[in-house]
Design a protein around this ligand. Structure first.
Ligand code: 4NP
Length: 156
C-alpha cells in the first residue's frame, strides 16, 4: 500500500485538486486498492470546508470530482503514516519541514512539481486570489505531476 498526502496552504484548492485527480486516475486504472490518498493544509483556516467552488467547477469540466473536506496537517500522525508527503509550493515545503524539527521524516517530504514532466514550473501557483486561468493552470500541473507519481510507483 502506497500512502500519499498532498499538502497546500488552505487545503481547499491545490491539494484537493491533486488528491481528486489521483483518486480519479487510480480508479480509472483499477489500481485504487494499492493506494491511500489524502490531502491537508498547513493552515487550519478552512478546516471543515469542501474544496473551493471554483476549483471544483474547473475540475468537473475535466470529469474530475473533488470530494475532500479541508483538514490541517497533523504532525503527530501524518509524518509517520504517509510514505510521500507532497508540498505544492516552497512555502508549504518549508512549513511542513518546520513541523518536524528532529528531521526524522524530512526524507518523506518532496515538492509536487519534482514529479511533473513539464519542468517550466517548480511550484503549483496559489490560484485563490486570481481568475479562471489560475485554476486551469493548477489542473494542468496537477494532471502532469500525478502521472509522474504513478510512474514513480510503477517503477518500484
Ligand atoms: P490552497 O489555496 O492553499 O491551494 O488551498 C488557498 C486557499 C485559501 C487561502 C490561500 C490559498 N487563503 O488565504 O484563505
Amino acid at each position: 500500500m502506497h500512502k500519499v498526502l498532498f499538502v497546500c496552504l488552505g487545503n481547499i484548492c491545490r491539494s484537493p485538486a491533486a488528491d481528486g485527480v489521483m483518486v480519479h486516475l487510480v480508479n480509472e486504472r483499477g489500481i485504487s486498492s494499492q493506494f491511500e490518498i489524502d490531502s491537508a493544509g498547513t493552515s487550519a483556516h478552512h478546516v471543515g470546508e469542501p474544496a473551493d467552488s471554483r476549483m471544483r467547477e474547473h475540475a468537473q469540466r475535466r470529469g474530475i470530482f473533488l470530494g475532500s473536506i479541508s483538514r490541517a496537517f497533523d504532525a503527530s500522525s501524518d509524518f509517520e503514516k504517509y510514505d510521500l508527503i507532497l508540498a505544492m509550493d516552497n512555502s508549504n515545503y518549508r512549513n511542513i519541514l518546520a513541523m518536524n524539527p528532529s528531521g526524522e521524516y524530512h526524507h518523506k517530504v518532496k515538492m509536487f512539481c519534482d514529479f511533473a514532466k513539464n519542468r517550466s514550473e517548480s511550484e503549483v501557483p496559489d490560484p485563490y486570489y486570481g481568475g479562471a486561468k489560475g485554476f486551469e493552470q493548477v489542473l494542468d500541473i496537477v494532471e502532469d505531476g500525478v502521472e509522474g507519481i504513478l510512474k514513480h510507483y510503477e517503477q518500484k
